[in-house]
Design a protein around this ligand. Sequence first.
Ligand SMILES: [Zn+2]
Length: 104
Amino acid sequence: MKQLEPKFRCTGCNRGILNRSVARCLYCGADLPAEARLAPEVIAQRDAEHARMEEARKRLAQHPPPRPQAQGNSAADVIDGMSTGIDVIDLIGDGVSLFGKLLD
Ligand SMILES: [Zn+2]
């Protein structure tokens, strides 16, 4: 996994801003510049998507693969082993689209 270079830095301590949904630096407590903050509607949307992911994860946890692999427990194996195939593929499709948005 490659190191992500922070897009914004704190004006107080010059550390990368990791959480743009808070108004203050997590390290030194300095006010973050407006351009470094996320718009409230973006934060709300992100929270909603996070909640949706969390929900999907819980549902997946309730349906463990019926035949666990001794090795190489890849996503493909999990999908292959699912009895509730359609439901799970639907959930995974949801997660993939969210992942795409996060990388955007
Ligand atoms: Zn700081």
